[in-house]
Design a protein around this ligand. Structure first.
Ligand code: KIV
Length: 267
């Protein structure tokens, strides 16, 4: 059995200029496949709400859902570091509640680290969770749990004042003790500046090529979710067509009485 990646190894990858690969997974079969393929980090993202549960955004996702999906991903993986998103309102109301919920994701679900959204305003919360030895991945820039403040999923940091705020957020997240941070939906030049300004790895999504690693939602890269097709997604496969073909062939076989054959039947 392979040894799991640790946050120390992930941190060292920045120094060694080795890019960090991250994908989301929400269940056992996907975790098994991407773990065997050698992914560095599996993120059990609250994007599960959009791509698996069919919600319009991530806000309705609950702690119970994150625990359920994380357990499946942990069971399906051997070598990847598993990071789980703290869902909306599991960490915003108070620092003690944030600590308790981060603890549940580690103790009950088996996550190795948690991710939460926010910069300077979340520094105290990040510090409190790190202080109980739970590694934290930050997430700044376009933060999907702030959809109502942002007025939609819009690129952040295009204006100078906003860009300065994002650099300040990155430094606050680092100083609070996070081991890495996601930079989402910001101009590539700003992501490059942030990546140079902090010592911890930056993981980009819609943030250009200069981040220390990249993360994408697995359903997006495999063509499993055609609800949105963001500019930053590269599609590596078209699984929807394969599923559709398989299901259509099955229906046709059943209707024509061609399935099951004696090969699929018991004597
Ligand atoms: O929930 C998620 O999948 C995420 C990534 C897109 C960074 O937060």
């Amino acid at each position: 059995m392979n040894k799991r990646k640790t946050i120390l190894e992930i941190s060292a990858m920045k120094q060694q200029q080795e890019k960090i690969s991250v994908l989301t997974a929400y269940d056992y079969p996907f975790a098994r496949i991407m773990d065997a393929a050698g992914i560095d980090i599996i993120l059990v993202g609250d994007s599960v709400g959009s791509v698996v549960s069919g919600y319009d955004n991530t806000l309705p996702v609950t702690m119970e859902e994150m625990i359920y999906h994380t357990r499946a991903v942990v069971r399906g993986s051997e070598q990847a570091l598993i990071v789980t998103d703290m869902p909306f309102m599991s960490y915003q109301a108070s620092v003690p509640e944030a600590r308790r919920n981060a603890g549940r994701l580690v103790k009950e679900a088996g996550a190795h680290a948690v991710k939460l959204e926010g910069g300077e305003q979340m520094a105290e919360t990040i510090r409190a969770i790190v202080d109980i030895d739970i590694p934290v991945m930050g997430h700044i820039g376009l933060t999907p749990q702030s959809i109502h403040r942002m007025g939609g999923f819009k690129v952040q940091g295009r204006q100078e004042e906003q860009a300065r705020k994002i650099v300040a957020d990155a430094k606050a997240v680092e100083q609070a003790g996070a081991f890495s941070m996601v930079l989402e939906g910001i101009p590539s030049s700003l992501a490059k500046e942030v990546t140079a300004a902090v010592e911890i790895p930056t993981i980009g999504i819609g943030a250009g090529a200069d981040c220390d690693g990249q993360v994408l939602v697995i359903h997006d890269i495999l063509g499993l979710c055609d609800k949105y097709s963001p500019k930053f997604v590269k599609r590596y496969a078209d699984i929807s067509s394969l599923i559709s073909q398989g299901v259509s062939d099955y229906i046709a076989d059943v209707k024509a009485g061609e399935f099951p054959t004696p090969d699929h039947s018991f004597k």
